[in-house]
Ligand binder design. Structure first.
Ligand code: KIV
Length: 317
């Protein structure tokens, strides 16, 4: 087991440690001009790692569909699957704001559905907030969820749940008209009550302009440095895939290679009898071993196998 601290959920945080992040502390960071950090997590160990690293917000992204579940797009992940992973992440986070990403069809069909599903993220998975994709067309949905007491993060620019309408994973807002429409979308989401907006795959000047027009934080992914904060998919920054390297990802590690080498070394070690070693093996008191060995011998166990350990190696530590 690692030596990471055991998470303390809720508001009770040990003295001297970081306070629990909220939509208010994120807004305060924006006002101080301090960049906000957000990363994805889909499971408990990753949640503990990103929280311990000091991120402000952890997103249980619907990118889970592709990154962890192996689907070709985000369209396949269901509300129940999202909740399953969100609960695990919640258990691993002590400080960061935890945001549940509303999956395809959990909020597009009607507003009542949207409020109910946003509520499930809070009630069944302990999420602090939800995120949903879309601009002005979803202002009423955002308004209704916020009215229910649930903070909403907007998401415009490249919205992967609309990949079939967009004709692929393309940079958005590249024409002046599209960029102006994005400003309108952002303002509509802010008016509807969003506490923050993700800008995905947007030219840097457009993202910077949108940011300057808002009084809530923008979080960029592939949107340049002019946003209030940044988000990346954790698996991307750790270099866990070698077949997906978008321009906007900075790989802070190349774990794919290290993990591959470690797994192959394990396979080789077991095959060659180099693992487990004495240090990985449990012993028993000498007297108990002697008594057990005598009993096993009387049962007809092969001579010496128990006393010497498998393959003649000692079982004593
Ligand atoms: O699902 C996700 O991971 C996201 C981020 C890319 C913002 O929406």
């Amino acid at each position: 087991m690692s030596t990471l601290p055991i998470p303390t959920h809720g508001a009770a945080v040990a003295a001297g440690s970081r306070p629990k992040q909220t939509v208010v502390t994120l807004q305060a960071k924006r006002e101080r001009g301090e960049p906000i950090t957000m990363l994805t997590a889909y499971d408990y160990p990753t949640a503990r790692l990103v929280d311990a690293a000091g991120v402000d917000a952890v997103l249980v992204g619907d990118s889970l569909a592709m990154v962890v579940l192996g689907h070709p797009s985000t369209l396949s992940v269901t509300m129940d699957e999202m909740l399953h992973h969100a609960r695990a992440v919640r258990r691993g986070v002590a400080h960061a704001l935890v945001i549940g990403d509303m999956p395809f069809l959990s909020y597009q069909v009607d507003v009542r559905d949207a409020v109910r599903n946003a509520g499930r993220f809070v009630q069944e998975a302990g999420m602090d907030a939800v995120k949903l994709e879309g601009g002005r067309a979803f202002a009423d949905t955002v308004r209704a969820i916020v009215r229910a007491g649930i903070p909403v993060q907007g998401h415009i620019g490249l919205t992967p749940q609309s990949v079939n309408v967009l004709g692929g994973y393309r940079v958005q807002g590249r024409t002046a008209a599209a960029a102006r429409a994005m400003v309108d979308d952002a303002l509509a989401l802010q008016d509807a009550g969003c506490f923050s907006i993700v800008l995905e795959s947007v030219p840097a000047p457009v993202a910077a302009h949108v940011t300057s027009r808002l009084s809530i934080p923008t979080i960029g992914i592939g949107a340049g440095v002019g946003t209030s904060g940044q988000v990346l998919v954790t698996h991307d920054l750790l270099g866990l895939f070698d077949d997906f390297k978008p321009k906007f990802v900075k790989r802070y590690a190349e774990l794919r290679g290290s993990v591959d080498a470690a797994l192959r070394a394990y396979v080789d070690d077991v095959a060659a009898g180099r693992f487990p070693e004495d240090v990985h093996t449990y012993a028993m008191p000498e007297a108990e071993l002697a008594a057990f060995t005598a009993w096993a011998a009387s049962e007809g166990a092969p001579g010496g196998a128990l006393a010497d350990g498998v393959d003649g190696r000692s079982a004593r530590s």
